[in-house]
Every structure is written in structure tokens, then in C-alpha cells.
Design a protein around this ligand. Structure first.
Ligand code: UDX
Length: 446
């Protein structure tokens, strides 16, 4: 099929490359000329495992092209995916100004029948509004469909090529059939393609993310109780997850969820409900627990030092909101770092991928950018761990003790075994598990 993708950010680029992978002709458009130039040179604007190979293959087979000229896309594509940013507005609602600008520019250019598909997450009701807009401007030429993405950063290529399910919202059987055909090659193992109405498709996306976020917040709340009663959240997670009705995934307690989806989508869902006079208490509680989980971690550090953070130096491992991405949007590390800086602490930070983004977003923060994880530890009072990168999982304990001023770790991801850390002589404070004071129990804490 002849496909256009408007917006080659995270979702758009994965979609474009993923659709070219099965032989479709795909043309990706973006308003950002620099981004298009880089893509044409074969450089990726984002870090996503496996995406470089996919983009390169698409380009070398002449199936994947990039342009800054929208007319080119409109001339060649019969299906146009809208993958534009929908950031959170101040009241939690998604800001749709990019989407409506795109609709205006498309309406001025479209002359032949097109199927327009919303890919990035848009509030319930958007597809219907878009359809009404095009029906008024270009009667009979444009059919709107909703096709929400379920791409996890770090696994986006896999999620696109082998989706658990594909959700398509359209009232039109011809559009449904066309999109069904488009996605068939990705569901050969038998995963379903569900055709439904616009609103159900749009709400499925929000409900899925909110439910996963709710699981995480639920575990974080139980972790807080576990700390109080002396239970171990890891064992609780295993005990719960083995029940097939619950399942094992998205039960890891930690520093809270971040990224471009869970925080934004939960806020937008709550805002949509309020618009209809409803309060989604579970979704709102999910948001609150997530916010307080970051504070809870900060307070753990603060109370260990009896409120005296000024002048202390901390090593930070991990800035990204999760492993295998350079994305720092709504990353818990950012908020905790901000609070530590405000309290007068010095920070030596390391992340395998996210340091350039940190530098770009917060150029004035007085941080030491470490060259590797061990460089961050040098002379630090303690290590704070925020992201579960693979390379942090089996560190050299002796080297850590040699470099740190005191062997103290605050772990926001429960990466280490408390019994082992006790044996190695660390103070080790993690989430939902009993603290280990193997170091400070041997001396009077300063
Ligand atoms: C999410 C959805 O999974 C994806 O389907 C959607 O379309 C986009 O949003 P992503 O934001 O890439 O993907 O991250 P995900 O892997 O789902 O994790 C979200 C956040 O929850 C991360 O901060 C992660 O660290 C946290 N998390 C996840 C936990 O704290 N515990 C868990 O058990 C799982």
C-alpha cells in the first residue's frame, strides 16, 4: 500500500519503518527540516534498539522515504497516519493544536480519496470531530480511522512487528477491511485485530495505559505498607503474579512510572471524565500515588541523613525513565535530582544513553557528567539508583566500596539482593523491603 506518516517522532518513525518492513511504500513527513535531513543521512533522532536496522533496510529497498514537503506525501499516499505530539496541557487535557494544524494543512491539499488514521494518543471523540471537519471541508474524500499505538519504548520495534493486538476504530467496512489487510502480516501467529467504533478504540488506549499504571501504583502503595510491617515486596509480587488471573507483568514496585505515556495518559483520562461530570477515583489515585512515590524516595534519603543534605555528594546511576531508552520525559530521577540540588547536594550523574538529553533539557544544572558508572561513584557519600539498566545489575562491589566515600546505596528499582549487600557491608535502602544497615551499624552515623 502507499502510506504517508505525518510526524516522524517516536511513534511515527517506528510506524513508518515498521510498515515499510512488509513491503509497503512509506513516506514520512515532518515539519522539522533538521530531523528529515538527519533521517535522510541514515541518522536516527531517537535511541530505540533495532530501529536503525529497520530504517536502513527500508531506505535501501527504496520503500521508506522522508520529506519536508507535505505535498509529496499527499500526492503519493492513500493511507495517512497522524503521529503528531499531543502533549499535556496545564489542566491535564491533551493539547491537540498540532493535530488540528495538520488537519488544516491536509484539507488544503487533499484532492483524491484518503484514509486518515490517528496513531498517537488522542482524546476520546477526536476521530469523530476530525471526520466532521473533513466532511464539511472535503465532502466524501476523507475517511477517518483510529488506530492507537501500544509501543513500549525500548521494545517498540518488537511491539510493532509482533503486536499483542491491533485495535482499529472505524464505522466503515471498507476502511476496516483495508486496515485489516495492512496489519495481517504482523499477526500471523494468531494475535487478534479488533475492529470497533471510534470511541471504543480511543478509550481502549487510555484504559490500557491507565490500567497498567494502576498496577504499578498499586504495588508501590503495597510496598510502602510492606516497609512498615516488615514484609518483602519482591516475595509479594511473586506470590501475586503466579495467580494467572493477576499475571506477572507490571507488578514491579519502584520509584514510580514516568515517560511520555503513563503520566500524560492518566491525566488526560481523568480530565476527559471530569468533562463528562465523572470522577475516575482509581485513575486519580494512580496519579497521586505515583507523585508521592518520588517524594517517598527523596524522604528516604533525607531521613537517612537526618535532613542534612547540604554539601553532600551523591552518585546517580540512571536518568532515563526506564532502561533501554534515552527518554527523560517525566523521569522520576529528574524530580529527585531537582529536589537534591535545591537541598544543596552535589551530584555526579551517569546514564548509558540519557545524558545528552539531560544536558539539553537542564543545561544550567550544576551536575558532574560521569564518563562511566564508576566515575560517578568517586568520593560520593552514597549511590542513588533510578534506572534498571542491564549494566548496573552486576557491579563490582569491591570497586564500588573503594570509590564511594561510604558504602551506601538507595535503590529505586530493587536491583540488588539485600542479603548480598549486607554481606558486602553496605547500607542498602530499597523499595518495599527491609533496610540493610551493614555499614552504619558498625559506626556512629554522622
Ligand atoms: C507505555 C505502554 O506500555 C505502551 O503500550 C504505550 O503505548 C506507551 O506507554 P512506555 O512508556 O514505553 O510504554 O513504558 P513502559 O515499559 O510501559 O513503562 C512505563 C513506566 O512504568 C516506566 O517508568 C517503568 O519504569 C514503570 N514500570 C513499569 C514500573 O515501575 N513497574 C513495572 O512493573 C512496569
Amino acid at each position: 500500500m502507499q502510506i504517508g506518516v505525518m510526524g516522524v517522532g517516536y511513534v511515527g518513525l517506528v510506524t513508518a519503518a515498521g510498515l515499510a518492513e512488509t513491503g509497503n511504500f512509506v513516506i514520512g513527513y515532518d515539519i522539522d527540516q533538521a530531523k528529515i535531513d538527519r533521517l535522510r543521512r541514515g541518522e536516527l533522532p531517537i535511541y530505540e534498539p533495532g530501529l536503525d536496522r529497520l530504517v536502513e533496510r527500508g531506505q535501501s529497498q527504496n520503500l521508506l522515504h522522508f520529506t519536508e514537503r507535505l505535498e509529496e506525501l499527499v500526492a503519493q499516499a492513500e493511507l495517512i497516519f497522524l503521529a503528531l505530539p499531543t502533549p499535556s496541557g496545564p489542566d491535564g487535557h491533551a493539547n491537540l493544536s498540532y493535530l488540528w494544524q495538520a488537519a488544516e494543512t491536509l484539507a488544503a491539499r487533499i484532492q483524491t480519496p484518503k484514509i486518515l488514521i490517528t496513531k498517537s494518543t488522542v482524546p476520546v471523540g477526536t476521530a469523530r470531530k476530525l471526520q466532521a471537519f473533513f466532511d464539511a471541508r472535503l465532502p466524501g474524500l476523507v475517511q477517518v480511522a483510529s488506530n492507537p499505538e501500544f509501543l513500549r519504548e525500548g521494545y517498540a520495534v518488537e511491539d510493532f512487528l509482533k503486536p499483542d493486538r491491533v485495535v482499529i476504530g472505524t464505522p466503515d467496512p471498507t476502511v476496516a477491511e483495508k486496515l485489516h489487510q495492512l496489519y495481517l502480516p504482523y499477526t500471523r501467529q494468531g494475535n487478534p485485530i479488533y475492529i470497533m467504533d471510534w470511541e471504543s478504540a480511543e478509550l481502549t488506549k487510555y484504559a490500557s495505559n491507565a490500567f497498567l499504571a494502576l498496577r504499578v501504583s498499586f504495588m508501590n502503595e503495597i510496598a510502602r505498607l510492606a516497609e512498615k510491617v516488615g514484609a518483602n515486596i519482591d516475595m509479594i509480587r511473586l506470590g501475586m503474579g503466579a495467580d494467572s488471573r493477576i499475571g506477572r507483568r507490571y507488578l514491579f514496585a519502584g520509584i514510580g512510572f514516568g515517560g511520555s505515556c503513563f503520566p500524560k495518559d492518566t491525566r488526560a483520562l481523568a480530565a476527559t471524565a471530569r468533562e463528562y461530570g465523572l470522577q475516575l477515583s482509581l485513575v486519580e489515585a494512580t496519579i497521586t500515588v505515583n507523585e508521592t512515590q518520588r517524594a517517598h524516595f527523596f524522604e528516604k534519603v533525607e531521613s537517612y541523613y537526618r535532613g542534612q543534605l547540604s554539601g553532600r555528594t551523591f552518585a546517580v546511576w540512571g536518568i532515563a525513565f526506564k532502561a533501554d531508552t534515552d527518554d527523560i520525559r517525566e523521569a522520576p530521577a529528574i524530580e529527585v535530582i531537582q529536589r537534591l540540588l535545591a537541598a544543596g547536594a552535589h551530584l555526579r550523574v551517569f546514564d548509558p544513553a540519557a545524558l545528552p538529553n539531560l544536558q539539553k533539557e537542564h543545561p544550567n544544572w550544576p551536575l558532574y557528567y560521569a564518563k562511566n558508572p564508576y566515575d560517578a561513584l568517586e568520593g560520593a557519600d552514597a549511590l542513588l539508583l533510578f534506572t534498571e539498566w542491564g549494566e548496573f545489575r552486576q557491579p563490582n562491589w569491591q570497586k564500588m566500596k573503594d570509590l564511594l566515600r561510604h558504602p551506601v546505596i538507595f535503590d529505586g528499582r530493587n536491583l540488588y539482593d539485600p542479603a548480598l549487600l549486607r554481606q558486602e557491608g553496605f547500607d542498602y535502602l530499597s523499595i518495599g523491603r527491609a533496610p540493610v544497615y551493614a555499614y552504619s551499624s558498625t559506626l556512629a552515623r554522622s
